[in-house]
Design a protein. Structure first.
Length: 277
């Protein structure tokens, strides 16, 4: 078996996990709400049983048993547990390099039996010790050697490749509320360089300011202002990676000052604008 895994790894070099941040299995009761966050690494949420509503940028999904979502770096995400019996989840975060990553963006997959077995094998491999808590079990990773991460990459690549080839993609949730939320986000994207206010966005969506604020709290887990700032910072990251200077980005995205831009950027990405290459 070990030789087979090592041989498979020779094929899977387009995928590499060079950091692992968390891996835990958790049960949440109905109506538990995880408010929105954004970070510069990948995060996966797999539903073992139960159900929840997940927001990923401007996309809204209902997830149930066997569904999995991959949040890409700098994607704003949150969830609310909706099933009467709550939800048991497997959540892990990691830094992923390679061409395979693009196959996971902006999608929710429903795992088949083969893919569920891969997740089961992954759990067997990655649970050297457990720490019990009242509501969840946290898997602590002590082995961060290159060999260990390479083996882990193989299991994940098997899952990713199967999803890319045969994965059943779930549809986004389409309601009047989610359409309004998406309309507001699309408006922000179009006017990303403008000093938009809550009033401006509310008027565009033909909704009250208080209604707009409730909408963002429900589907984004954050204020309208915070969400717009995150969109600006994601745009800033792309501009910096394309070769724009810190001054150019700050001015073009209409930040109040270069200093404010730098502080906000580092707070959300973990690095200063000048460190982006």
């Amino acid at each position: 078996m070990e030789n087979d895994i090592n041989s498979l790894y020779e094929i899977t070099k387009p995928l590499k996990i060079d950091a692992f941040y968390s891996f835990f299995k958790v049960h949440y009761k109905k109506d538990f709400r995880f408010d929105g966050e954004i970070h510069n690494f990948w995060e996966c949420v797999y539903v073992i049983d139960g159900g929840l509503r997940v927001s990923a940028d401007d996309r809204i999904y209902n997830l149930s048993d066997g569904d999995i979502i991959f949040h890409k770096p700098m994607e704003t995400h949150k969830f609310t547990v909706t099933h009467p019996n709550g939800a048991t989840l497997l959540i892990f975060s990691y830094n992923l390099q390679g061409k395979v990553a693009k196959l996971l963006k902006n999608k929710v997959f429903s795992l088949n039996e083969k893919e569920k077995m891969i997740v089961s094998d992954l759990l067997d491999f990655t649970t050297p010790q457990t720490e019990e808590h009242p509501e969840y079990t946290l898997y602590q990773y002590l082995d961060t050697s290159e060999f260990y991460l390479e083996r882990l990459s193989v299991y994940l690549y098997q899952l990713f490749l199967s999803l890319a080839d045969n994965g059943i993609v779930s549809e986004t949730l389409d309601t009047t509320e989610t359409q309004l939320f998406k309309k507001a986000v699309d408006y922000m994207k179009v006017l990303i360089s403008s000093p938009l206010t809550v009033s401006d966005i509310a008027k565009h969506c033909a909704i009250s300011e208080s209604g707009l604020k409730r909408l963002f709290k429900k589907y984004a887990g954050m204020s309208v202002h915070k969400y717009f700032l995150n969109l600006k910072l994601k745009t800033a990251l792309s501009m910096l990676e394309s070769g724009k200077t810190v001054t150019e980005v700050s001015e073009q995205l209409n930040f109040s000052s270069q200093s404010y831009f730098s502080v906000a950027f580092k707070r959300e990405t973990g690095k200063s604008p000048s460190e982006v290459k």
